[in-house]
Design a protein around this ligand. Structure first.
Ligand code: ARG
Ligand code: ZN
Length: 418
């Protein structure tokens, strides 16, 4: 009997592609131009979400594609890949389970408990957290309203002032430009908590906060973030409605005024890298740009947190040109990456964005750099694709500690140099 049942299972499973339930992420390596075209087509014709690269135009021979495939089309898609002998395997077999893991706890035990910073939080809970952290730290943490999102959600920046020296410099960190990169807001919360807890205990953070105020924007794209919690976990852009298309959303990291909408961005509202109608067309990017324009005399270090792929990037991404202080930036990123590797044995690539990944104009880091913030970085946190955007909560602390080392390393260098 047992063998019969087993045989039955083996037989059904052996139908291979078409029997698995749940949404999946496939890892695909096209090796010929024909295969590239097929993978591109699959990613646009079916209801899929490209994890890597960010847009079909970057799919190339011999480079790995991570493609999120909903259950209802996974049979057809894997059939197609099979038929054309395109190398692929299932990277994540059941993403529904992982998504559940990421959203767990937040409703049952949302606000207290010691593991707060090792979980992901809904937008509502992040707003609640902002209220609580400002209320509990009235002299050191202030919430500044810098604008509101497309759907009229407030954009709060937390200002940390741990020390009242005159003429202090400042650093800026934003998280969650891209909605689905949940580890990013988690890092912003982590960083604030760490700063408040370890000021006067940890020498590095003490020196940093003695010399700098810190501005933290925990969720730059609240509408998109909310949408990933309620409707579509794979959403990247904001949620603005376009005048001449039914497609929704602008890529906020293509909407800044830095070689806006040139190669590496798209003027198609349906693209994941849609640049918007004009630079700063979006209230979210406009609010950030206005704030930084008004604070550019103090802000010396700009940092934007993304995921995934483990990279420490600096300008330029909007061209292949070298930044004027390229050597400095390279040295800082290198030292940060080396420290991460020494402490955590994890590899972070580093370099100028355009040459390290791809041309991506209209990014906040390049824009801030051109504004005069000479130390400008984008971090891509964990991982390198094992879980991608669905990084389990158990990895949050490690991912944040890695990023923290890098932030400290660079901030200390900035203090030294300015
Ligand atoms: N993955 C990020 C993006 O596509 C990279 C950001 C690098 N910087 C930039 N200005 N594009 O937006
Ligand atoms: Zn991103």
């Amino acid at each position: 009997m047992k063998t019969l049942v087993l045989l039955f299972i083996v037989l059904t499973v052996d139908k291979g592609c078409c029997t698995e339930t749940g949404d999946q992420v496939l890892s695909i390596i096209p090796t010929t131009q024909e295969q590239v075209d097929i993978v591109r087509n699959v990613s646009t014709q079916y209801e899929t979400a490209l994890w890597q690269p960010v847009s079909p135009q970057y799919i190339k021979e011999e480079t790995t594609v991570h493609l999120f495939v909903p259950a209802n089309s996974s049979g057809v898609i894997r059939g197609l890949l099979h038929k054309h002998a395109i190398t692929h395997h299932v990277l994540l077999a059941n993403t529904n389970e992982l998504i559940e893991m990421q959203t767990m706890n937040d409703s049952s035990d949302p606000r207290s408990s010691s593991t707060f910073y090792e979980r992901y939080h809904s937008l509502e809970d992040i707003y609640y957290w902002i209220e609580r952290i400002t209320h509990d730290n009235p002299t050191t943490v202030k919430a500044i309203l810098i604008g509101s999102s497309t759907e009229k959600r407030p954009l709060y920046v937390l200002k940390l002032t741990l020390n009242n020296r005159p003429n202090k410099k400042a650093m800026w960190i934003d998280c969650g430009i891209h909605a689905r990169e949940w580890i990013a807001p988690a890092f912003c919360l982590w960083f604030v908590q760490y700063s408040l807890s370890y000021y006067n205990t940890n020498p590095d953070i003490t020196r940093i906060l003695d010399n700098m105020d810190v501005y933290v924007l925990p969720v730059m794209n609240p509408d998109g973030y909310e949408f990933t919690w309620t409707t579509n976990r794979m959403w990247r852009k904001n949620r603005s409605v376009s005048r001449n298309s039914n497609c929704i959303g602008v890529d906020l990291n293509r909407n800044f005024d830095a070689n806006w909408c040139t190669e590496g961005a798209s003027s198609d509202p349906c693209s994941e890298i849609y640049c918007g109608a004009f630079p700063e067309s979006e209230p979210e990017s406009e609010a950030v740009a206005n704030f930084l324009r008004n604070h550019k005399s103090s802000v010396q270090f700009y940092l934007s947190i993304h995921s995934y792929s483990q990279m420490l990037l600096f300008p330029y991404s909007c061209s292949l040109e070298e930044a004027e202080n390229h050597r400095d930036l390279l040295e800082m990123a290198q030292e940060a990456a080396q420290k991460i590797q020494r402490h955590y044995r994890n590899i972070y690539k580093y370099g100028a964005g355009g040459k390290t990944i791809y041309l991506a104009p209209g990014g906040s880091d390049d824009w801030a750099y051109n504004l005069g913030i000479k130390y400008s970085f984008t971090f891509e946190l964990q991982d390198r694709g094992s879980y991608g955007f669905l990084l389990p909560p158990s990895q949050i602390s490690r991912a944040c500690n890695e990023a923290l080392i890098a932030v400290k390393t660079i901030a200390l260098k900035v203090i030294e140099k300015t």
